[in-house]
Design a protein around this ligand. Structure first.
Ligand SMILES: O=C(O)CCC(=O)C(=O)O
Ligand SMILES: [Fe+2]
Length: 227
């Protein structure tokens, strides 16, 4: 099974609004993808392909989360607050220089296996190499699809949905031997406002409530050490 591709044109940035029926249909498709795979390609988002503007990425992220409200009402408060100043939303530009894969060490990667910390990540990429772990354990390729945005569930979102949406490991492979191409990707990590209290959507209390800001700091401390 590959990563699902969902047509977002009904609620793309060029549309003012979508009907309830369109939102429901989209949310069903997204829910299936985020539950089964944790990654989804969105095409026709209205984000200009030739120039990814952060403001557009934020708008698209808000619309994506708004669609999910049709299934999960608990996102409402947070979606309203996502553009406040006090949050850890980050745009990361990742440039991978050319490598001579013949000289690489066994198992060497361009980007090691990891999952993301926040809620969702929007990824824009210009070459192949990204792989995503399926629930079954096997890695599948996330190819470049011109004009499509790749969105994945991150750890805080998995926690928020009581593990219904899955935040899966992903990695970037070295290019094949003889391929000296570079890789440029843009990762837009979407974080709730620092003060937002994240409690399990289903009311299960599977994980204790945590504020988004404290959760992020904890994860950074675990990865990079406390100061
Ligand atoms: O370079 C890539 O496409 C992967 C980036 C990534 O997964 C990350 O920065 O979290
Ligand atoms: Fe990542």
């Amino acid at each position: 099974m590959s990563i699902p591709v969902v047509d977002f044109s009904a609620y793309g940035l060029n549309e003012k609004a979508a009907t309830d029926e369109q939102l429901r249909a989209l949310s069903k498709e997204l829910k299936k993808a985020l539950t089964e795979v944790g990654f989804v390609f969105l095409k026709n988002t209205g984000i200009a392909e030739e120039e990814v503007r952060p403001a557009d990425a934020i708008k698209a992220a808000r619309r994506f989360l708004k669609v999910l409200q049709a299934e999960y009402a608990c996102f409402i408060f947070w979606v309203c607050g996502v553009t406040a100043d006090e949050n850890g939303t980050t745009l990361r530009s990742l440039y991978y220089p050319p490598v001579n894969s013949e000289k690489a060490k066994e198992g060497q990667l361009r980007c090691g296996e990891h999952s993301d910390y926040g809620t969702i990540t929007l990824l824009f990429q210009n070459s192949d190499g990204l792989q995503v772990r399926r629930r079954s354990g096997e890695f599948i390729c996330a190819p470049t699809i011109p004009g499509a945005v790749l969105i994945n569930v991150a750890d805080l979102m998995q926690r928020w949905t009581s593990d219904q949406f899955v935040s899966v490991l992903h990695r970037v492979l070295l290019p094949p031997v003889g391929d000296c191409s570079t890789r440029q990707s843009l990762a837009f990590f979407v974080q709730p406002d620092d003060e937002a209290l994240i409690t399990c959507c289903d009311g299960s209390n599977k994980y204790p409530p945590v504020s988004a800001g404290a959760y992020l700091i904890e994860r950074f401390n675990d990865s990079y050490g406390r100061n």
